[in-house]
Design a protein around this ligand. Structure first.
Ligand SMILES: Cc1ncc(COP(=O)(O)O)c(C=O)c1O
Length: 343
């Protein structure tokens, strides 16, 4: 049986969290003399809502979850770091990371002095459920899945991820940063079924807001409470909350961008495949394409010389001679294809 209390670090369980001025008084008042702010209005002289209620209410309606199931972080990277700090005892616990994947899980593990147990994805970048389970031991607290996967762009087969969630007694984190580019509903609808599931999403990709740093985590109210307990009190600025609120009111704009980016991705994949130095273009559910080329380092440098920057992933497991190319505007993609054609 899954028992969250057994999973949380003892010091976090016992922690008396910081109580901010905005925690202690939450109503409306005419005179605020409680937070040592500057009283003169600049638009930003007051601290932001530490609970980000307005943004969460909007997200709750869009994602069909309760406000209590949402945690907002300074990018997904903050949630990833807090998951380590909440659940992994440094130098004792470990996490399992199917590779290749987004690099921050391993960096966060290293920062927190938590051992990493790597396991390979299959050659077509899917989850090997048995190998992943066999990699776990009594000290494994978290498993990080990334779907659609970075750097390949492939979604994990949902039934495989679900099998892992069912069989593992720690937390399974499913990072869905690129979920808007798929036609899969993702794992948020399964939250009620699985108390050990955490889903990460972000406003950095389809919503076009990488600059405001807003990561979304969805999980049981109990898990969200643990993250709220240890987060810095005012982790999301007023500016980020305002911009997020406005953008979340324009879902159609996001849908239009997603439709256009997917159409461009497919067009770009076709054009890349026709080039002699492109050996393979991996199928992608995301806003980027992983391509195997004849000479990744050489081609990367020649593109840099022309002012076109892609990502050289050739040192990453299973990605020998691979470049990862973000889908840009039609004009940007045309420049990329033009420069590649000239090589
Ligand atoms: C899988 C994955 N998760 C998370 C992130 C970062 O998200 P955020 O901007 O919310 O920190 C990235 C960024 O590239 C990513 O590829």
């Amino acid at each position: 049986m899954f028992d969250l209390e057994k999973l949380v670090r003892k010091n976090v369980l016992k922690l008396n969290p910081y109580s901010s001025a905005r925690d202690e008084f939450q109503g409306q008042a005419s005179v605020y003399l409680d937070a040592n702010e500057n009283p003169y209005p600049t638009g930003y002289n007051r601290y932001p809502d530490p609970h980000q209620l307005a943004v969460k209410q909007k997200l709750a309606a869009i994602k069909q979850v309760d406000v209590a199931n949402i945690f907002l972080g300074n990018g997904s990277d903050e949630a990833i770091d807090l998951l380590f700090r909440a659940f992994c005892e440094p130098a004792v616990d470990n996490v399992v990371i199917p590779q290749p994947t987004y690099g921050m899980y391993a960096v966060s593990a290293d920062i927190n002095n938590v051992a990493i147990k790597s396991v390979r994805l299959t050659a077509d970048f899917d989850l090997d459920v048995e190998a992943t389970l066999q990699t776990c031991d009594a000290h494994t607290k978290l498993i990080f899945l990334c779907s659609p996967n970075n750097p390949a762009g492939k979604s994990i087969t949902p039934a495989k991820a679900e099998a892992l969630i069912q069989k593992f007694n720690g937390l399974v984190i499913v990072d869905e940063a690129y979920i808007d580019f798929t036609n899969h509903p993702g794992f948020v609808p399964l939250l009620k079924q699985y108390p050990n599931l955490v889903v990460l999403q972000t406003l950095s990709k389809a919503w076009g807001l990488a600059g405001i740093r807003l990561g979304l985590s969805f999980a049981s109210a109990e898990i969200i409470n643990v993250l709220n307990k240890i987060k810095p009190p005012y982790n999301i600025s007023i500016l980020s909350q305002q911009v997020a609120l406005e953008a979340l009111g324009k879902e159609k704009q996001k849908h239009d961008w997603v439709r256009e980016i997917i159409a461009e991705r497919e067009k770009l994949a076709g054009q890349l495949k026709a080039l002699p130095h492109v050996l393979e273009v991996f199928p992608s559910d995301a806003n980027f394409l992983l391509t195997r080329v004849t000479d990744a380092k050489g081609i990367y440098q020649k593109l840099v010389d022309k002012g076109v920057i892609v990502r050289d992933r050739s040192n990453v497991l299973l990605c020998e001679n691979c470049l990862r190319i973000t889908v840009g505007t039609p004009a940007e993609n045309q420049i990329l294809i033009r420069e590649l054609s000239r090589l």
